[in-house]
Structures are given as C-alpha cells and as structure tokens.
Design a binder for this molecule. Structure first.
Ligand code: 5GP
Ligand code: ZN
Length: 140
C-alpha cells in the first residue's frame, strides 16, 4: 500500500531496527517504545484489520510474537513480564492501519496500563452476561 508506513518499512523505503524476518512477517523495534525492548510484529501483506488476515497468518502472528516474547525474556532486558497488544480499529487505539502485534516488556510499577471506565468495579448480573454471550455465540 502506497501510503502505509509499515509497507514502506517492509519494502525498505523507510529504515527499521529489524529483530526477525521470514517470508510472511517482519519484527522490528517500535520507534516510540513504551519500555525498552518494545517490538512490533507485522505481516508482510497489507491488511488494515486482523479480521481480514488469513487464519494461517493469524496463527503465525501469535507464533512469531511468542518467538519474540521468548527472545526478550532470554535477553538481558530482564523484563518482569510481556504484554501482547493488538489494537483492531481506531477506537481500540489503532494508529497505523496495517495489522501489528505489540510485544511490550513490562516492569513492576512502570506506569503503563489501561484505565477502566466508571462503573467497572460493579460486576454485571449473570443474566446480562448470558445475553451478551448469546449475541456473540450466534455469530461465531
Ligand atoms: P498502534 O497505536 O497503531 O497500535 O501502534 C502504532 C505503533 O507504531 C506505535 O507504537 C508507534 O510508535 C509505532 N510507529 C509509528 N510509526 C513508526 C515508524 O515509522 N517506525 C517504527 N518502528 N514504529 C512506528
Ligand atoms: Zn501496509
């Protein structure tokens, strides 16, 4: 895709600090890391949403992500944990519209995290959970 930053990284028009590459995927350092060792894994094919990615590539995205996870843990970055994060859609925080999986090394009290909406602490009734489960289940 002509105007896609990540496609430009894949075809070498823009630089990146590469961590891993195979026929279908590229992994490289995020230019603005949340923490030291923040890596992005992207499919070489341009797809805006994971919904449009072939199932075999979805599987491989997690496998490559886990390779990077293991590598981060083996390295001397010494993270206390790693977040797998994928923003699917603008409202979910997606800013670059080429599928990408974040691997974010985490450290105790590193200041990164989600904020929760008002009312989050109140658990919904089982009936409500069942109704919502049904809406999703009928579309799986
Ligand atoms: P999103 O918010 O879409 O989930 O994440 C996009 C990520 O891409 C951000 O963490 C941002 O720092 C990273 N990013 C944006 N432009 C570039 C770039 O040109 N090079 C690299 N390596 N990362 C980028
Ligand atoms: Zn792209």
């Amino acid at each position: 895709m002509k105007d896609c930053i990540f496609c430009k990284i894949i075809n070498g028009e823009l630089p990146c600090s590469k961590v891993y590459e195979d026929d279908d995927f590229l992994a490289f350092m995020d230019i603005q890391p949340v923490n030291k060792g923040h890596v992005l894994v992207i499919p070489k094919i341009h797809k805006e949403s994971i919904v449009d990615l072939d199932d075999n590539l979805v599987k491989k995205l997690i496998i490559v992500g886990n390779k990077i996870n293991k590598a981060i843990r083996k390295s001397d970055i010494k993270s206390d944990g790693v977040n797998f994060f994928l923003a699917d859609g603008e409202a979910a925080g997606q800013e670059v519209f080429h599928v990408h999986l974040h691997l974010i090394p985490r450290f105790e009290k590193d200041g990164f995290g989600f904020t929760f909406p008002e009312g989050y602490v109140d658990k919904p009734e089982r009936d409500e959970l069942e109704q919502i489960a049904q809406k999703i289940k009928s579309n799986v």
